[in-house]
Write a protein that binds this ligand. Structure first.
Ligand code: ADP
Length: 292
């Protein structure tokens, strides 16, 4: 496998690459990850089963979409492929640091800059994945409909297939028919989104640049990215202050963020089961009480 990957790296970079060191690195949720290096160059390699190639291709395309904006740093994709029975994605290797003064603010400003990049419709030209769950990006003009059908509706249907019926589905249906109630006078433009922006998917390089990685890119309401930053642990307070200073948020964000994070909790329910059922049901009850 490594011979094949090294050959592809050589071809993609136009420079022969003969790795002397291949080391597994931890930290990822879904894939195996490796540092691979020769005397001069280092690369970060993610690997999965062969059938995962399309997801790596979508991840690479998402990283390029963000990189093209020039607003915020992402690891640049080098190549993707299948070697022996594994799919792989090779990225430039980044040295992460513990961060430093002013970097969380810079991250907030740069994310706001990325969110100012818009498309004509919500969605994206291709589907991708959120964790290992398919994420449907078929484009639409109406954002609440997009969120209802391609995001919440999709996860509710998946949950039903997995046997989560009863209250979750009944309350879910009540919520989805009222979706418009969460968007009074609010029609967000389709912003370029990271799509999976929890605290495990950003960092700072030793050179002092904020970096975001492992995205699930599409175009949609920027509030969805911010909501997710608050879901698991939260980002530093300076991040939020700086973001809001350059790109203020609509007053309805406080209520919508639960509607947006419900997507990720349903996805966690579908991926990991158990305790997320209660959390999803509580979120739905809260949302329903807010539309009464
Ligand atoms: P997964 O898709 O399995 O969740 P991630 O893309 O989140 O994997 O990467 C796992 C970990 O590897 C991250 O938490 C981060 O610490 C590190 N990492 C990610 N991208 C790079 C990179 N380009 N260079 C060096 N380390 C990286």
């Amino acid at each position: 496998m490594w011979q094949h990957i090294s050959r592809d790296i050589s071809a993609a970079t136009g420079e022969a690459f003969f790795p002397g060191v291949i080391r597994a690195v931890g930290g990822g949720c879904i894939n195996s990850a490796y540092l691979i290096k020769d005397g001069a160059r280092r690369f970060f390699v993610k690997a999965n089963r062969a059938a995962g190639l399309a997801l790596f291709e979508a991840e690479a395309e998402g990283l390029r979409e963000i990189a093209l904006t020039g607003e915020i740093r992402v690891p640049i994709p080098v190549c993707t492929g299948v070697a022996v029975d594994s799919s792989f994605l090779v990225l430039e290797f980044l040295d992460f640091s513990a961060g430093g003064k002013g970097l969380a603010e810079e991250l907030g400003r740069q994310l706001a800059g990325m969110h100012r990049v818009t498309a004509s419709r919500h969605g994206w030209r291709r589907d991708n994945a959120i964790g290992s769950t398919p994420q449907i990006n078929a484009q639409a003009d109406n954002w609440p409909e997009f969120w209802r059908d391609r995001r919440l509706g999709y996860q509710f249907a998946l949950a039903a297939q997995k046997g989560y019926k009863g209250t979750l589905q009944r309350q879910g249906e009540r919520l989805l028919v009222r979706i418009d109630a969460f968007f009074p006078g609010y029609a967000p433009p389709p912003s370029l989104l990271h799509g999976d922006l929890w605290s495990g998917n950003y960092g700072f390089t030793h050179a002092g640049e904020p970096v975001i990685f492992d995205p699930a890119v599409y175009y949609g309401d920027r509030e969805t990215d911010l909501a997710m930053t608050e879901l698991f642990g939260g980002f530093p307070p300076d991040f939020y202050a700086a973001y809001r200073e350059v790109f203020p948020l609509d007053a309805g964000y406080g209520i919508r963020k639960t509607l947006y994070n419900l997507y990720h909790i349903l996805n966690h329910l579908n991926l990991f089961g158990g305790g997320y059922l209660m959390q999803a049901e509580e979120m739905i009850s809260k949302l329903l009480s807010e539309t009464m």
